[in-house]
Design a protein around this ligand. Structure first.
Ligand SMILES: Cc1ncc(COP(=O)(O)O)c(C=O)c1O
Length: 448
């Protein structure tokens, strides 16, 4: 019989938090000083002990419409009571088709088909697989290489990890996918420090793709995947002209271009998608997070007509793409997505974000002379603030800042090493922007 008698915890924690092995978390430190949340409304979280925390991170770049939106909660509840689950293979629900159409309407013209999954990681892997399969069925099966970028983040599947460019996310996991290469990062602090919005310097980093083409041969490369603004490595906006140049080079060589818009989708940069902000048409866009306001797990890939249509041949009873998930287009996620898109439209939240951007920039840049600030970057309603590392303790100042924000200043933010990342819900008011910046200033001084 299975022994269920109490046993000593593997980690020494003074409470009952041991069983939950938390993702991307310093587990032992957390369990000694837990940051436990119990509720959320609009711009605030509430802790289990009743403190009100200002959300400077939209949860995790998800809750663009703020928290506790009754419209979304009611839509999910109603859906759960009406049709809780429906198989997405060979069966469908009207809400999935409606949501796909609404997302396609928001996307640039030509990107008209949506494949649903449940997360950003699945979206990245799905897009990479569609790229490989597309070349395969188009008589170019030799195109098997996938190109990512240093400091890129595309989630934690084997595909996304392979094309990703964050060493800590890669180094423990073996050889990952073969046939993967990386563009250089677009970040050069010496040339770009304290740029507001897209840096002037750095469009030429896209030319490195020509080097990879020369190295591997264009006809071995399937796709390039990049974030229009690299979020998880600390908010790195694309340099001016970079994405356009990348599009020109990929097009010249028949390489598909995938924008990973898991963060930038749904208004974060003031537009439905960053592709619109930059006037660049990729072949696929991945999304997740903001599509449901974070209220239900959902991700997806928006695919260009030509790619989708290439699959629609052969006998009609045959499955065209052998890919999908048990929870693709889950009814609760579809209901959440539809209610979320209504709110974005009715409250003009993308426009609000765009209008607020200059004031957000000014407010964030007022932190420039705070102790240890070595760079500030902003674009849309995002900001990355680099703090100098403590000697021999990379990441420690950032970690201390996270705790100072949460425990002493009632602020939620994100950290990437010693970079503070701020990305409030798009409903943030000008006054609340001021409040966030005041709190961040206190945090930076506290960890000086
Ligand atoms: C650009 C990008 N792609 C993919 C992902 C992975 O998303 P998920 O955590 O939903 O798998 C993230 C998450 O932050 C992301 O920022």
């Amino acid at each position: 019989m299975l022994d269920k008698s109490p046993h000593s915890a593997a980690v020494n924690v003074p409470n009952d938090l041991a069983a939950h092995w938390m993702p991307f978390t310093a587990n032992r430190a957390f369990k000694k000083a837990p940051r436990l949340l119990a509720g959320a409304k609009d711009m605030h979280y509430f802790t289990v002990d009743g403190r009100k925390i200002l959300d400077g991170a939209a949860g995790m770049w998800c809750s663009n419409a703020g928290h506790g939106r009754t419209q979304i909660a009611e839509a999910i509840g109603k859906q759960a009571a009406t049709l809780d689950y429906s198989p997405p293979f060979q069966f469908g629900i009207p809400q999935a088709f409606e949501l796909a159409s609404r997302i396609a309407d928001l996307a640039p013209k030509g990107l008209d088909h949506v494949f649903f999954c449940n997360s950003g990681s699945e979206a990245a892997d799905t897009a990479l697989k569609i790229a490989l399969a597309y070349h395969q069925i188009s008589g170019q099966g030799g195109r098997i290489r996938l190109i990512g970028r240093e400091r890129g983040y595309h989630g934690v599947g084997f595909g996304g990890t392979s094309v990703g460019g964050m060493v800590n996310n890669r180094k423990m996991f073996g050889s990952l996918l073969t046939g993967v290469d990386h563009l250089p990062t677009t970040y050069d602090r010496e040339k770009q420090a304290f740029s507001r919005g897209e840096p002037e310097y750095g469009a030429h980093f896209a030319d490195a793709l020509e080097n990879l083409v020369n190295l591997h041969g264009a006809n071995t490369i399937a796709a390039v995947i990049v974030e229009p603004m690299a979020g998880s490595t600390g908010v790195l906006p694309a340099p001016k002209g970079y994405l356009k140049r990348l599009r020109e080079i990929t097009q010249k060589h028949g390489i598909l271009l995938i924008f990973d818009e898991v963060i930038t989708g749904f208004g974060r940069l003031g537009y439905a998608f960053a592709a619109e902000r930059y006037g660049v048409l990729p072949d696929m866009i991945t999304f997740a997070k903001g599509v449901t306001n974070g209220a239900a797990p959902m991700g997806g890939v928006i695919v260009r007509d030509t790619i989708h249509d290439a699959f629609m041949s052969g006998p009609e009873h045959v499955i065209e793409l052998a890919h999908g998930y048990t929870y693709s287009a889950h009814p609760l996620a579809c209901a959440a997505g539809l209610a979320t898109l209504d709110i974005y439209r009715d409250e003009k939240l993308f426009e609000h974000a765009r209008a607020l951007e200059p004031k957000w920039n000014d407010a964030i840049f007022s932190l420039k002379n705070e102790p240890n600030v070595v760079d500030i970057r902003t674009v849309g309603l995002t900001a990355g603030i680099d703090l100098a590392s403590r000697p021999d303790q990379p990441g420690k100042r950032g970690f201390d800042a996270l705790n100072s924000a949460f425990f002493d200043n009632d602020l939620m933010m994100r950290i990437a090493g010693d970079t503070l990342a701020l990305t409030p819900p798009l409903i943030v008011s000008e006054e609340q922007v001021g409040e966030i910046v005041d709190k961040v200033a206190k945090v930076i001084r506290a960890v000086a």
